[in-house]
Design a protein around this ligand. Structure first.
Ligand SMILES: [Fe+2]
Length: 217
C-alpha cells in the first residue's frame, strides 16, 4: 500500500501561520482563496475536496522561506515539504506553475532569479517526467483565480501579471496553455468553471479597474 504522508488542513494552516516573511498577508490570503477555488473544483469533479484545499493552502509555502523569492519559491516549497515527507503536497509546489511542458524552459530562464543550474535542471526533469493529474490542473486554475483580495477571472489575473512582468512569447504561451487546462476541466464539468463561482461576478461588480490594475491611479 501507498503510505504517503498527508498534510491535514489544520497542519497546513499552522505552516502558513508560522511562515516568517514580510508581505505575508498578501500571499497567505492568496493561498486561502486558491484553496477555496481548488476545493470547489475538486468537489464538482468528484475528487477529494479536502486534499485539494490543503494543496491550495501550501502551494506557495516556499514564499515563507526567504524574502523576495520570485520563481525560487517553487523549489523552496518543494524541498521543505519533501523533507517532511509530504510528497504529493511537494509536487504541487512545482506543478502549479507550469501548465504545459513547452513553457518550462521559457518561464525558468525568463524569471530565473537565483536558481542554480542544478535546480533548473531538476525542475525541468521533474516536469518532463510528470504526467499532470487532475489535482495538478485544478491547482493551476485555482492559482490563476485566487488573488489576495478575492476570486477573479483567469483573464484579469493574467493581464495583471503580464503588465507586471512584461508581455512576451512566454506570456503568450502561458495564456494559451492555461486556457487549454481550463478547457479540459470545463469539458469534464460540462459547464463553465465560473458558473461554480458567483464570487467572481460579485468581485467584478464591486471592484473598479483601478483596484485591479495597480498602474492606474
Ligand atoms: Fe500562487
Amino acid at each position: 500500500m501507498d503510505e504517503k504522508n498527508e498534510l491535514t488542513i489544520e497542519e497546513a494552516y499552522k505552516m502558513l501561520e508560522e511562515a516568517p516573511r514580510k508581505n505575508k498577508e498578501l500571499w497567505v490570503s492568496h493561498s486561502v482563496n486558491v484553496a477555496i477555488v481548488a476545493e470547489r473544483l475538486a468537489e464538482n469533479l468528484g475528487l477529494d475536496s479536502k486534499r485539494a484545499y490543503v494543496f491550495g493552502l501550501i502551494h506557495d509555502i516556499g514564499r515563507g522561506k526567504k524574502e523576495h523569492t520570485g520563481i525560487r519559491h517553487i523549489i523552496d516549497g518543494y524541498n521543505y515539504l519533501m523533507k517532511l515527507g509530504y510528497e504529493d503536497e511537494a509536487r504541487i509546489c512545482l506543478t502549479h506553475t507550469f501548465y504545459d511542458r513547452s513553457i518550462v524552459k521559457g518561464n525558468l530562464t525568463k524569471r530565473n532569479t537565483n536558481l542554480t543550474r542544478a535546480e533548473i535542471k531538476f525542475i525541468e526533469d521533474f516536469i518532463n517526467k510528470t504526467k499532470f493529474n487532475l489535482y495538478d490542473k485544478i491547482l493551476q486554475i485555482a492559482d490563476n483565480m485566487g488573488s489576495a483580495t478575492g476570486i477573479n477571472t483567469i483573464e484579469r489575473r493574467r493581464a495583471e501579471s503580464m503588465l507586471r512582468y512584461g508581455i512576451s512569447h512566454v506570456s503568450e504561451k502561458n495564456l494559451k496553455t492555461i486556457f487549454a487546462v481550463q478547457n479540459e476541466i470545463e469539458i469534464k464539468l460540462g459547464r463553465s468553471i465560473y458558473s461554480l463561482f458567483p464570487e467572481v461576478t460579485d468581485n467584478i461588480n464591486k471592484t473598479m479597474i483601478k483596484d485591479v490594475m495597480k498602474f492606474l491611479k
